[in-house]
Write a protein that binds this ligand. Sequence first.
Ligand SMILES: Nc1nc2c(c(=O)[nH]1)N[C@H]1C(S)=C(S)[C@@H](COP(=O)(O)OP(=O)(O)OC[C@H]3O[C@@H](n4cnc5c(=O)[nH]c(N)nc54)[C@H](O)[C@@H]3O)O[C@H]1N2
Ligand SMILES: Nc1nc2c(c(=O)[nH]1)N[C@H]1C(S)=C(S)[C@@H](COP(=O)(O)OP(=O)(O)OC[C@H]3O[C@@H](n4cnc5c(=O)[nH]c(N)nc54)[C@H](O)[C@@H]3O)O[C@H]1N2
Ligand code: SF4
Ligand SMILES: [Mo]
Length: 725
Amino acid sequence: MPETRLTFCSLCESFCGLEVDVEANRISAIRPDDNHVVSRGYACVKGTRFASVQHSPDRVTEPMKRSGSDWQPISWEQALTEISEKIRQLSADHGAQSVGHFVGAPGGANLLAPMFRGDLFKGIGSNRMYGTGTCDTMNKFRVNGDMYGSPMRLAYPDVDHTRFMMILGANPMVSGNTLYHLPHAIQRFQGIVQRGGRVVFINPRRVESARNAEHHFIRPDTDVFFLAAFCNELIQRDTVDHERVAATMKNFAQLQASVAPWTAERQAAVTGIAADTLRDLVSAYAAADGAALNMATGVNQGRSGTLCYWLLESISLISGNFDRKGGSLIGEGILDFAMLAKDDPQMRLGFHREDGLPTVSGQQPAGMVAEDILSGRVKAMIVEASNPVLACPSPDGRLEEAMASLELLVSIDWFRNETGNLAHYILPATTWMERSGMPYALQSFSATTPTPYLYAAGPVLEPPPGVRHEWWIYTRLADKLGVTLMGNRFISGFLKLAARLAHTPLGRWVRVPEMLISGMLKQAGQPSLKKMLQQHPHGLRLPDNDGDNFLGTERVLTADGLVDLAPTDFVEAFSASVEALYAQELHNADRMKLIGKREIRRMNTSSANSAQLVKEKTNYAYIHPEDAQRCGVVENDLMDVSSEHGRITIPVRITDEMMPGTVAIPQCWGHDKADGLRHAQQHPGVNSNRLAGDGVENIEALSGMSHLSGILVDICKSTTIAAAS
Ligand SMILES: Nc1nc2c(c(=O)[nH]1)N[C@H]1C(S)=C(S)[C@@H](COP(=O)(O)OP(=O)(O)OC[C@H]3O[C@@H](n4cnc5c(=O)[nH]c(N)nc54)[C@H](O)[C@@H]3O)O[C@H]1N2
Ligand SMILES: Nc1nc2c(c(=O)[nH]1)N[C@H]1C(S)=C(S)[C@@H](COP(=O)(O)OP(=O)(O)OC[C@H]3O[C@@H](n4cnc5c(=O)[nH]c(N)nc54)[C@H](O)[C@@H]3O)O[C@H]1N2
Ligand code: SF4
Ligand SMILES: [Mo]
């Protein structure tokens, strides 16, 4: 008889509650947990079919070492000894900064790994830590730091009380949202409409989330003009809460001056959003009793992601919609992570690079990895939970070439993915089914959730004997490299001893993850992990956040306690760049622009190997019928898409969901070399990141974000003979 265990899906930030039937350490069924305090019976197909990933025959279950194209299993002791010796040697020969780290999206969802990886690199003395955070959200952390004094002060929309919600550059129904928690988003948006409110999507594609909602097309990468005009229009109408602004904020006049030239008419010429539409949206926003704005990945990945988020937050702040019920809120987590991490140098904005690009929340730009390696600055790289070779810009395959030239490349992963293929070692890690955990730091500690809750889970499955937790891997490396963890020799000594003993018979007496999670819960005045699991197996609902608990309080972590409406760097970048970008937009109005497209059955590159999820052999390029007619293609024809960085050939799909002038290609495909992922290799598709650029000129300088959305491209019918059908 199977036993039913509870956990939360860690694949996306919805963290849906799941019921998992387990028999003989294998999953026999996964169902949504009807009683989970927030997700309440919702889960998507990636969660309910996770067994196909968990029990994949391609899973790496022992450390592997590459010799040429041959992979051999080796012992953990051998792997960690060789890796640490190489790190020591490269550090001695080329300096500690020659040792890099790269973390992917799942690394952010892992509650404990960040503490250990951060400490290891502090100890090694390198701040060359990169990650795909500079492909999705670092612009927001930059803005939070400059406006509120901490990257972790992250506002979220009060979805369940708002009367007007406008969403730019997100598709929550497919993505499960980012940086705030909203499982089953569509149901919650419907609630707004049922209360007599309005939900508006601003997006170059009429996305799944917008099918039954109001939607306006926007030309990709022009949101900065739309938001500047929106902000200006509000100020012109004097819909400004002057009292609150004067008491809790500063530099309103500079904000006002920056946006002053941006009228509804000027933005209309490049965004495609009519001036009257913008004015109507401003009126509805101003009139609503609680209005919330949200922007996400599609805007973040443009050339002005930081400026857009600055404007979006400013609109909310000056209009009185910030820190109020039905507007935007700043959560109070069980631990005040922002306060605790305030003095951590890895959390502060840093400028460690020769080219002046920033380190935001500990991350350097993913778009600089190829150049840093090829120029000899970086010689070794540990990649955790990522597949940068496909997920990051790689003009002409440059990133692959760079990764392959490293003297040491280690991939900590469940599988040998395309990046792992180039590695010298693969270190197999536990899945979220095999570890204790809580929803990641932003939700548990910053409470970026309209329904505050606490959830903890124990392991659902025993990991295969050769597989290890990340905390263990980093602690063993720290031990071998003589690095102190947690800034405390006593605690460090204890952790190292615990790691040495973890896989001996004594190991079950010191379970580090469970101790750490219990410690955090206790520090927050909450029940221990054991009690949480017994008393609140479906999660514990915490009190609602009613707002009015941030502005003017000590929670604003800027030096003077005031929110900065016009940080100098933003004002300067705005005045230096926006007019020139506007001129470019007018000049390029007839050209096509490329955007991405997330698919419900795929999670970045990492569900590509699931036969239960991926049935299609390829991804497609989606275009509007007018564009199809112009370049003479019909459904399934092969089309060449080229940018100044590269060219790909891909079958076409024609749909009026697309804004004319825009082509959408699902990213993170291109698995033709994935011989460690057999299903993926037979369903390879095409990698759109060959069309993206890397290096300083393709990186947004304020936050290090890669320019991945709104890339200028040309399309034409391919002369390649085979059609896709
Ligand atoms: N199924 C699935 N879920 C996922 C993922 C996945 O791969 N698959 N990935 C996860 C990850 S890592 C992340 S970061 C989140 C991201 O979650 P979201 O932030 O919701 O990101 P996307 O779903 O990519 O939606 C971005 C939207 O922006 C639109 N867009 C593109 N360019 C522009 C623009 O210039 N302006 C405007 N206004 N809109 C634009 C696109 O059409 C698209 O609908 O999703 C997570 N969830
Ligand atoms: N053009 C374009 N490119 C994009 C995007 C886009 O919108 N457009 N989106 C970007 C975004 S937002 C992101 S986040 C990146 C995604 O790119 P990545 O962050 O690199 O994520 P994945 O491609 O899913 O690779 C994750 C790897 O981690 C492994 N893994 C999963 N969980 C764990 C774990 O717990 N531990 C360990 N050690 N390994 C684990 C998986 O097996 C997989 O091999 O792609 C970016 N690329
Ligand atoms: S929406 Fe799907 S992928 Fe995201 S947490 Fe829920 S089940 Fe997992
Ligand atoms: Mo992401």
